[in-house]
Write a protein of this length. Structure first.
Length: 481
């Protein structure tokens, strides 16, 4: 059997650690696996969700500010001792998750040392610092060279190819999808509270890039008595001010929005009273938000993210009720203020990356963003967006104008009311569960590992090219930054 080590900064509940759990489960009959983690977020014990999976703690792998101040060689020595405690002959490879985020200033040096000791590395990228995470960017260090990489969407695959990686060492490894509701639960559909209003559910942690302000605007077009339900608050302090701002605004304006439903009851308990689900996210890595609703027997409405959706459409999964833009009439907003705030964000972000700034480029992009007398909603700063929602609720003329600019809104009520019974749901559910099953994941992982162990690669990542590919001002949406 293969001997696989998974390596990540922590073992606390997160999207990445859930993926690691799924990978360990997928390989249970093909490989012996251990997970080496820096800490559990706060140094506490592992949660029960790790079960019988083998998890070993090497504190020096953790986040800066939490990990002990040890040298690279000391931490690498502890990693090797942890591996040898399980397998005296060592491991076959180390599968590293999210190594290009600067959460531990010694991490890349640790990987280089492990690589120099002859241990094959497979570096899986879930999130990139270049994708609007300047605080996690390695400004000086080069990324690991001459090792295999994996990405979870086709967009990143092509961007990393452009930046210098080669096909023989860059692997497309989409995630596994676990049904939100089991087939048995779906058939029972128990627990409906007939005294509650039906929901359009946004089942996410409401971090900034989820763009919840747009979902709140769309609630103005929901059928009477239907409410928007947002399941979880953000877990990162940086996302809390925006989230609390939207919560306070919704309460102040008596909007049909319920927050933090997932803290009161498990997500599965809310499905019976959910008409359909919604996503207004502006940036996704893999895109669970576009796949999971179908597994719960519910349709999906909201904003399309083409680079993410295209991966799913190639597999026959259909999204007829998503839109590409939600246009706002510019004569109803302070356009000069919108531009000033947008330009300020672009300048600030480029400065944080220490990347050259071209004013003429900025003017060209702004001219593309302003399409005649309209602009896409996420470009609005949340304070401007909230003023606009207040206007929209108070003006039938403005709502009619929005329908003229966005014809899909004319049938929005109908889409909501028919989504629950759509024949598309069962078709999409079957395709999702087939293409992203644990067994399919197992096959993909084993194929990647075979290549890591048998194909030598020689290349490096051009960091400037990679950064430039992500820093497109067209995608500087103030509603999600």
């Amino acid at each position: 059997m293969l001997r696989i080590v998974f390596l990540h900064f922590h073992a606390k509940p997160s999207g990445v650690t859930r993926v690691i759990q799924q990978q360990m489960d997928a390989l249970r009959n093909d490989a012996e696996c251990i997970f080496i983690a820096g800490n559990n977020g706060n140094g506490g014990p592992l949660g029960a969700d790790w079960g019988a999976r083998r998890v070993l703690i090497v504190a020096g792998v953790g986040y800066d500010g939490i990990r002990p101040e040890e040298g690279v060689e000391s931490t690498v020595s502890q990693i090797l001792k942890a591996i040898e405690s399980q397998w005296p002959a060592g491991c076959d490879l180390i599968h590293v998750h999210n190594p290009l985020l600067n959460k531990n200033r010694d991490f890349l040096a640790m990987l280089k040392t492990l690589q120099n000791k002859g241990i094959p590395l497979f570096l899986q990228i879930h999130d990139t610092a270049e994708d609007f995470r300047p605080g996690s960017y390695y400004s000086q260090e080069e990324y690991p060279a001459n090792c295999h990489y994996g990405v979870i969407n086709s967009r990143d695959y092509h961007l990393f190819l452009r930046a210098g990686l080669k096909q023989e060492g860059l692997h497309f490894l989409p995630n596994c999808v676990t049904p939100l509701v089991s087939l048995v639960q779906k058939q029972k559909e128990v627990g409906h509270d007939h005294y509650r209003s039906p929901l359009i559910l946004y089942p996410v942690r409401a971090i900034r890039r989820k763009n919840i302000g747009e979902a709140i605007l769309l609630s103005c077009f929901f059928p009477p008595s239907v409410r928007l339900g947002i399941t979880l608050p953000p877990s990162s302090p940086a996302d809390y001010p925006s989230y609390e701002g939207w919560k306070a605004f919704s309460l102040r304006e008596s909007l049909p929005v319920d927050f933090e439903l997932g803290l009161a009851r498990p997500l599965s308990d809310w499905i019976p009273e959910t008409l359909c689900m919604i996503s207004t996210s502006i940036r996704e890595g893999f895109g669970f938000t576009f796949l999971e609703p179908w597994t719960a027997g519910r349709g999906l409405i909201g904003r399309r993210i083409p680079p993410v959706i295209e991966d799913f459409q190639r597999l026959g999964i259909e999204f007829p009720d998503l839109y590409d833009h939600l246009y706002i009439p510019t004569d109803w907003i302070p356009l000069d203020e919108v531009k000033a705030r947008w330009e300020g964000m672009v300048r600030e972000t480029y400065g944080q990356y220490n990347f050259p700034f071209d004013q003429s480029m900025l003017e060209t992009v702004w001219d593309r963003i302003i399409e005649g007398d309209k602009i896409d909603y996420p470009y609005l700063h949340p304070l401007i967006a909230q003023r606009f929602i207040r206007q929209c609720r108070g003006s039938s003329n403005l709502r009619e104008r929005l329908v003229e600019l966005n014809p899909f809104l004319a049938t929005f009520v109908e889409k909501v009311e028919t989504a629950e019974s759509s024949e598309l749901i069962e078709s999409n559910r079957a395709r999702v569960l087939s293409a992203y099953s644990l067994e399919t994941y197992r096959e993909r992982l084993l194929t990647v590992y075979h290549k890591v162990l048998n194909i030598s690669v020689h290349y490096s990542i051009d960091k400037k090219t990679l950064l430039q590919s992500f820093l497109d001002p067209t995608f500087f949406y103030l509603g999600g930054m």
